[in-house]
Design a protein around this ligand. Structure first.
Ligand SMILES: C[S@@+](CC[C@H](N)C(=O)[O-])C[C@H]1O[C@@H](n2cnc3c(N)ncnc32)[C@H](O)[C@@H]1O
Length: 352
């Protein structure tokens, strides 16, 4: 439990750095309660030995947010900007603690569920990489796609600079100045001709349940993220994308069996690797490398990833990498924040 308390505390710090004082205050309160053997100890004891990558802290925060969104915790809701709450952040814990006691059995079920954040802002990193691949058509395959919102990245608007908008300028999702500096060359977005993803726990973004799940994992005081999500849910109504229930290896083994000629196959994943079993990770790496080294020039394969790397003891950098074959060269193209923008170019470019 000591380790779990430490992880909750560290996540609180990450949330503060990441611009969510509300989630930070909740997790600090939860840490103190856990250490004192309160209701949080009862709730999270069963998860104390789980790998830290499965983030029980964010599952806890998401579970409370869900109660609020379902109008089951009105006192707690007063502190949640996502439902119009304006009560002070520093007073949130007593209300949260009461909500935990009142809804203990429901929360027990909710905290066991995986984190299902489908962060639309991360599309800014994906599109940064796509814009460097040239004009040819792209088949987009996403590992750990959640609800597949970013499989529709070309249907969002990227307001790069005065008069320069990539994607759909009329999109309800608008990412303003998402790149720093705006762009290294004249950017263009290749046409996305196929969009498929996988996830062991896919979310249907067109269902009420799916929308509620996705909303609950957005930190409740980050209104621009909630707005982006609402826009992406609208886009998902009109732009179809398949997310099948499967792990990365099973999905890719099938999808890479036959690469279509004349189309660049882009395998994309963001903030997924920490959730994938190490053996599966190695197998996916090997499969991509094997496929890439064998491919014909008419069917290019590219891997684009945005994954956290630890920097120092506390902080993370979210690095955008692009790997291309047949030689498997991997380029560190940019750094982003955990939820996407700003995407800062490293200065590296892709060889033609
Ligand atoms: C933090 S979410 C990120 C979702 C999405 N990629 C994004 O950036 O918004 C991590 C996702 O990884 C999925 N996941 C867990 N294990 C996986 C596996 N073995 N293969 C593929 N996806 C996995 C989870 O179900 C979850 O949807």
């Amino acid at each position: 439990m000591k380790d779990l308390a430490q992880r909750l505390w560290q996540q609180a710090e990450q949330c503060r750095i990441g611009g969510s004082p509300l989630t930070a205050a909740l997790l600090e309160g939860a840490t103190r309660d856990l250490t004192a053997g309160g209701v949080v100890a009862d709730l999270l004891a069963a998860h104390a030995a789980e790998p830290s990558g499965s983030v029980p802290s964010l599952r806890f925060a998401g579970s409370l947010h869900r109660l609020v969104l379902e109008r089951k915790a009105p006192e707690l809701a007063l502190h949640y900007p996502s439902v119009g709450g304006t009560a002070p952040v520093q007073d949130v814990w007593p209300a949260a603690e009461r909500a935990c006691r009142e809804h203990l059995e429901e929360l027990r079920h909710l905290v066991a569920l995986p984190v299902q954040t489908n962060e639309v802002g991360r599309a800014a990193a994906l599109v940064a990489a796509l814009s460097m691949l040239g004009p040819g058509p792209v088949r987009l395959l996403e590992l750990g796609a959640s609800a597949g919102l970013n499989l529709r990245c070309d249907a969002f608007a990227y307001d790069l600079a005065e008069g320069v908008v990539l994607g759909d300028p009329d999109s309800p999702v608008r990412l303003v100045r998402p790149w720093e500096p705006p762009f290294p060359a004249s950017p263009q977005l290749p046409p996305v001709v196929a969009r498929r993803g996988c996830d062991p726990a896919p979310v249907d973004p067109t269902s009420t349940e799916g929308r509620l799940t996705l909303t609950s994992y957005v930190w409740a005081d980050q209104l621009p993220r909630l707005e982006r999500l609402r826009g992406a849910l609208q886009v998902a109504e009109r732009v179809p994308a398949v997310v099948e229930r499967a792990g990365a290896l099973e999905f890719l083994t099938r999808e890479l069996a036959d690469l279509p000629e004349g189309v660049t196959t882009v395998v994309w994943h963001s903030v997924v690797w920490q959730y994938v079993d190490p053996a599966e990770r190695l197998a996916v790496d090997a499969l991509l490398d094997r496929t890439g080294r064998d491919l014909t020039t008419g069917a290019p394969l590219v891997r684009v990833s945005l994954e956290p790397q630890r920097v120092g003891t506390q902080d993370f950098a979210f690095q955008l990498h692009v790997q291309r074959w047949p030689d498997g060269t991997r380029v560190h193209l940019a750094d982003a924040l955990g939820h996407g923008p700003p995407v800062r170019w490293t200065g590296a470019t892709l060889a033609p």
